[in-house]
Structure formats: C-alpha cells, structure tokens
Ligand binder design. Structure first.
Ligand code: ZN
Length: 403
C-alpha cells in the first residue's frame, strides 16, 4: 500500500513512500498555482475566521496584503455589507455553517433553507445570496459528513460540480476519520476529482490533529494534491500553508477552530473566565490563568509581548472574561507577521523549512521556560506542535533544492 506508516514509526520518521509526486512538484514552486475564478482572490492568504462581534477587535490587525476574513454566525451578511461600505481592501467571505445543524446525506448533502416555509431554496440561490452581500467568493452550505460516508462526500462534490461555478468554493466539513488511514485515499481522490479549490473543515471533539498520527502527514499530502483552503483551524492552517495549501482561515477561539458532529454536544475547550491566550514563543494557546499561575511565584520573569494590542505588557494579565477581545487581538496581531513571513518565502519548500524551524524553537522554549522557573514539569508541548517540529519539512525522498 502506498500510504505511509506501515510499521510503527516514531514522530520524526517518514519513508520514501511518503512522497507523493505532487509534493515534489509543489516544493519547488514559488507558491501554489492560483486557481481560476473568484477563489483566486483568496490565494496565498492567511485569513481570520471569526464571529461578527469580534470584528472590532480583529480589524486593526488584519494584514491587507496577506489576510482577509471569513465570518460565521448571526449577522454575518450584515457585517459583510458594513465592511464593504468601509471599503476594506482584503477579501471577506461568509460561512453559512451548514454543518452546524445538518448531517449530510446522499439525498441532501447541503443544508438548504425553505422559502415561505414551503419551497426549498436551491444551492445556486444560497451561493448567489452570499455574493450579493459582497462576499469575495461563496462557500457551499455543506452538511456534516460523517465517518465512513465517502459516498455522501461524493454526492456533495458531484452536485456542486454540476453547477460549474467559478465564483464559489466547495466546503468539505469532514469527520476526521475520513482523513485517517482507512479512508484517506478515497477522500483525496474525491476531492481532487473536483479540480477546484476545496475549503476543508476538520470535524471531531477536541483537537482533530490528535485523532491519529496519520492526520498531519495526510493533510500535508492533500495540500500538495488539492487546491486546499483549510478553514476554521488552529495553527494547522499555518502548517498546511507551509506545505502548499492555497490559503487558510485561522479561528479566533476554540469553538471556531474545528467542527463538531451536529448529533453531539460541543465540549467546551476553555471553561472558566480567563480567555485563551497565544503564548508566542511557545506557538500555543493557553488559558490566561494557566500562564499567570506558572509565573505566580516569580512575576518578574513573566513574558511581555511587543505586539500592537499588548504594547509591551505582560502575558500574565489575561484573567477575566472581559479580556477575551484583547486576547483575540493579541493572537491575530501575533500570528499575522508569522503568516506573512511564510507566504512571502521564495518557495513553498522555504515556507516549510521556516515553519519547521519555528516549531522546533517553540518546543525548545517549553523547556527553557521550565528551566527558568526551576520547575521539572507543568509545561509540555502539545502533540501536534511536537509533530510539526519533528517531521521532515518535506519527505526525505524529495530531491534537494536547486541552489
Ligand atoms: Zn501581544
């Protein structure tokens, strides 16, 4: 079988079979190919994925060259029109979140509203409505595609492809197991058959990347094969941009960094009043109170942040619910320059090398903080960060870059 990890490799291992032909081709490009139609407006950008009420916090920190917004939730269309009226120069989309309360079936892969409570609205009309509100491109209202349901994914792709729309993007909200060892080849074949950009949304409780060790390498392969736009992500969005994704949309908080099966209750990531805070040196989001507790006995060692919202203040200050917007602004202002650095690298191979070095530094920084605090434990790198740092930037079997 051509899939990887036939034995039980360690975190840093890959085999020659890991390299897909598409990865060799992608590594040498200055950037992934720009697609036809409206999705070209998103190409080579790291967008912010957010609820409309977070726009005021995020707007000052959206990079007009390398970023944009995907809005989701109540009031998104109205907020989009306001952004248009304010003449923002970056692309804005709205996600109809069809996967939130609709499980896709072969007969009804998309969540389509009814008009006057009776007549179903067509898929084309749902897409038109987004564009009429000013969206840079429309996103399909795809329902949640459950484990093992590759036939449902195929039905959704087929129905969308029949519309032949270059102003819209197929959104694939996939149960994470569809990207695991058992189904990845089928999933990749269906998505690449569309021959158009795919907005990929990972579904599961908790961190989708922790589902199995196959997920990160498989997602990287997919990014080399399909014009991929991972949306509603954490730093997985940056990992995939570094490996050939067309664009990515990074969520401002835990609830907008993945999807959950509509039949299940969403398990809260961050109970308690302290907001989730990005610790830049560790490339990881922590509950604000966790950072404060770590430095409780040694406040003089607490890290400060040079970003615009923080203005040199300490990262230990995020303790209250009313600081969530400030924490979100800090997060976007902090990862945006890193995204710009990746996207402006000379080649996709360079993006991956830069990203791997950042992740290695972040892993090392975990231990450096413990050493500084004279502690033996209490700060372990997240498994996904360790994997990004340990995996080769590109499969080792790829030829060396031309100098
Ligand atoms: Zn900051």
């Amino acid at each position: 079988m051509s899939d990887q990890d036939g034995g039980a490799p360690g975190a840093g291992e890959t085999t020659a079979a890991d390299a897909w032909p598409g990865q060799a081709a992608m590594a040498s490009l200055p950037a992934p190919p720009t697609p036809a139609g409206f999705p070209a407006l998103l190409a080579h950008k790291a967008l912010v994925y957010l609820r409309p009420d977070k726009i005021p916090a995020v707007l000052p920190h959206v990079d007009s060259v390398w970023s944009g917004m995907i809005l989701a939730g109540d009031g998104s269309a109205r907020a989009l029109r306001r952004l248009q009226a304010a003449r923002v120069t970056f692309p804005v989309l709205t996600d109809p979140e069809g996967y939130k309360d609709h499980t896709a079936t072969c007969e009804a892969p998309f969540r389509l509203p009814t008009k006057d409570g009776m007549f179903p609205v067509t898929l084309g009309a749902v897409l038109d409505a987004q564009l009429q509100s000013g969206a840079a491109a429309a996103l399909t209202p795809t329902g949640y595609i459950n484990a093992a349901e590759t036939d449902v994914l195929k039905a959704a792709v087929t129905e969308f492809a029949a519309l032949q729309r270059q102003d819209s993007i197929f959104l694939a909200p996939l149960d994470i197991s569809l990207l695991g060892r058992g189904y990845f080849d089928q999933t990749a074949a269906i998505l690449s058959g569309l021959q158009a950009p795919v907005a990929l949304l990972l579904g599961c409780q908790g961190n989708p990347l922790d589902h199995s060790k196959d997920i990160i390498p498989n997602l990287r392969r997919l990014a080399a094969r399909v014009p991929l736009i991972p949306v509603r992500t954490d730093f997985n969005g940056l990992d995939l941009l570094a490996h050939g994704a067309l664009a990515a949309a990074i969520g401002t908080g835990g609830s907008v960094r993945h999807a959950v099966d509509p039949a299940e209750k969403h398990q809260a990531f961050n109970p308690g009043p302290a907001p989730s805070v990005l610790w830049p040196q560790l490339l990881t989001y922590f509950k604000g109170s966790t950072i404060a507790e770590l430095f409780g006995a040694r406040p003089q060692l607490a890290p400060s942040c040079p970003c615009a919202p923080c203005h040199g203040r300490l990262l230990t200050r995020f303790l209250g619910r009313d600081q969530q917007d400030e924490a979100i602004a800090h997060g976007v202002a902090t990862w945006s320059p890193l995204a710009a650095q990746l996207l402006s690298a000379p080649s996709v191979r360079d993006r991956a090398e830069i990203w791997k070095a950042c992740c290695e530094d972040a892993v090392v920084s975990h231990q450096a903080v413990l050493d500084m605090l004279l502690r033996l434990e209490g700060l372990r790198p997240q498994p996904s960060l360790s994997r990004w740092a340990a995996l080769p930037a590109w499969p080792a079997s790829l030829p060396a870059p031309v100098a």
